[in-house]
Design a protein around this ligand. Structure first.
Ligand SMILES: C[S@@+](CC[C@H](N)C(=O)[O-])C[C@H]1O[C@@H](n2cnc3c(N)ncnc32)[C@H](O)[C@@H]1O
Length: 531
């Protein structure tokens, strides 16, 4: 969409926006959820909404619940014309932005209300309902929302929509549901929000709301590999809805890549299918979609061949994990020490060789203090270990959840070392893999910064008989593509990918059975087939 002239104040707005942004660090802006919508994107969204609103024959009464400097308002006046908006309202918590919006736009008809949107619409004198909402709500994560605010927000959403939002939800979830409950019936809204709600557990309430309470018209996800706008948008989605329950046989358009106007791929999905799907980012189903599941419920998958568990949660790594040298100096008996791998940040190797005594061949060898003997026995039989354990008192670590619930408090989870590990958190788009697979030939266990993969059934039998194939298995794990891993995992705002044991287990292992065609046969009698 090409627009001939820009509102003269738009240039001023961009300057003011830059000035206000520069007064805060990017961490602070992150905490406050202050990332402005790039103007070309705001224009594109406003243009799309205009076409939908005219079809509904509703007069454009504009609102932005977190107006910032007014990128969306500026775009709306451009698209609808200077006198085209019947009414315009912006709400803003930050005084600097509210002042900017006021000074830029009050003359052209924007009313700016200073305050917290979620409180403004809860007031008796709540402003009149808009017919169009263009919003890029604050991306404030749940751990930055105070408990009392969460409870207030949850109860307000419950009262307005009848739905109970998870306490793990970011502020945008409350914004979207409350604003929709506030707006006119039949009104149209566009939301620029993090795409993680499409897959994560806490997003299920929002997904239910979008598939039952409103008519979801469009859900567009940007392609993280296309450099567009800024980093905050890499993991964002544009959601467009009409505030009416979905008509029978409604089809919602899912698009991916390119722009809202010209997406690379698109698919229309029926509501029942959406309601059944636990992962909305796998739509549109197309190879170009980076998150389309590799396994569509058929064929072998990783958990047919591996038991996948999170590594050990020690309760306090700083206390229970130490350099092996230090443990010797402290006189802790070797029988209470287990080799353990360093965190993925400090491990560049992808193959860990073993020393004769099972410790990993690494320049820095670490051990885990682990003992299940009762305290009174330690005081007499193992005084040096007891002396070390007593230092926990001054560190105040025993109040932690794990230590409080463990008897004795220094006993670790009993987990065997696993030959394969996955670093389950990481960044990586396009061809770059978000996670690494490590072949652990030592007896070292791993902390919960890793997923531990232990071969089972036919694969365990095969490797017991033919250990030389272990490296091929490692090669196969390392050959999983970024899109296979991302398709089952989840991506958080800022581009951090994570994969849970169950999600890793769901990835297709079809290529493993191609590599070892007889692997599907789980009986050890078939061993000769692997030769
Ligand atoms: C992601 S920015 C978007 C700003 C603007 N709508 C845009 O698209 O450029 C979110 C804005 O919400 C404001 N904000 C944060 N919490 C708010 C709240 N509870 N009520 C209203 N505004 C809020 C922030 O100060 C920030 O200006």
């Amino acid at each position: 969409m090409v627009f001939s002239k820009q509102h003269p104040n738009e240039t001023r707005r961009q300057v003011l926006q830059g000035q206000i942004d520069s007064r805060k660090s990017s961490e602070e802006r992150n905490r406050l959820g202050q990332f402005a919508t790039p103007y070309p994107l705001a224009l594109e969204i406003a243009g799309y909404i205009k076409s939908l609103l005219s079809a509904n024959q509703l007069p454009p009464r504009f609102a932005d619940p977190s107006i910032g400097s007014g990128s969306f308002y500026s775009a709306a006046t451009e698209v609808f014309g200077r006198d085209g908006l019947e009414n315009a309202l912006g709400i803003e918590l930050d005084h600097a932005f509210a002042d900017a919006a006021d000074s830029l736009w009050s003359q052209s008809g924007l009313q700016t209300i200073r305050g917290d949107f979620t409180q403004v619409i809860a007031r008796k004198d709540c402003p009149p309902a808009p017919s169009m909402i263009l919003a890029n709500p604050p991306y404030v994560r749940h751990h930055h929302i105070k408990q009392e605010d969460k409870l207030r927000l949850q109860s307000l959403v419950l009262q307005r929509t009848g739905m109970k939002v998870s306490g793990l939800s970011g502020l945008y979830v409350y914004f979207l549901m409350l604003a929709t409950a506030w707006m006119e019936k039949g009104g149209i809204a566009a939301w620029l929000i993090p795409s993680e709600f499409m897959d994560v557990n806490y997003g299920s309430v929002l997904r239910e709301f979008l598939s039952k309470n409103v008519t979801l018209i469009r859900l567009h996800r940007f392609d993280p590999t296309e450099v567009q706008f800024n980093d905050a948008l890499v993991t964002s989605a544009i959601l467009v809805l009409e505030n009416t329950p979905p008509p029978a046989n409604h089809l919602c358009e899912f698009t991916f890549g390119g722009t809202l106007e010209e997406p690379v791929i698109s698919e229309k999905i029926e509501i029942p299918e959406l309601q059944e799907s636990r992962k909305w980012s796998s739509f549109p189903r197309h190879v170009a979609n980076d998150r389309m599941g590799s396994n569509r419920g058929q064929g072998p998958c990783i958990n047919d061949f591996f038991r996948i568990q999170r590594g050990i949660a020690t309760g306090c790594n700083e206390f229970f994990i130490m350099e092996r040298k230090k443990a010797v100096e402290l006189g802790i008996p070797p029988s209470f020490l287990r080799p353990i791998l360093p965190s993925p940040r400090h491990l560049s190797e992808t193959v860990i060789e073993s020393d004769d005594d099972g410790y990993p061949k690494l320049s820095q060898q670490l051990c885990l203090v682990d003992c299940n003997l009762p305290e009174d026995l330690l005081t007499t039989k193992h005084p040096m270990l007891w002396k070390y354990l007593q230092t926990a008192e001054s560190l105040d670590i025993k109040k932690g959840y794990i230590l409080r619930n463990r008897t004795p408090w220094y006993k670790q989870e009993q987990r065997q070392s696993a030959p394969y590990l996955c670093t389950y958190m990481g960044r990586g788009t396009g061809g770059k893999l978000p996670f690494r697979f490590i072949w652990n030939r030592s007896q070292a266990v791993a902390t919960n910064l890793y997923l531990m993969l232990t071969p089972i059934r036919g694969l365990a039998t095969m490797l017991a008989a033919y250990p030389e194939k272990e490296s091929q298995i490692h090669g196969w794990l390392g050959g999983l593509t970024g899109s296979e891993l991302r398709s089952e995992g989840r991506v958080y705002g800022g581009g951090l990918n994570k994969i849970e044991p169950k999600e890793l287990g769901r990835i297709s292992a079809e290529t493993l059975t191609e590599l070892f065609p007889k692997l599907e046969i789980h009986s050890s009698k078939q061993m000769n087939l692997f030769v």
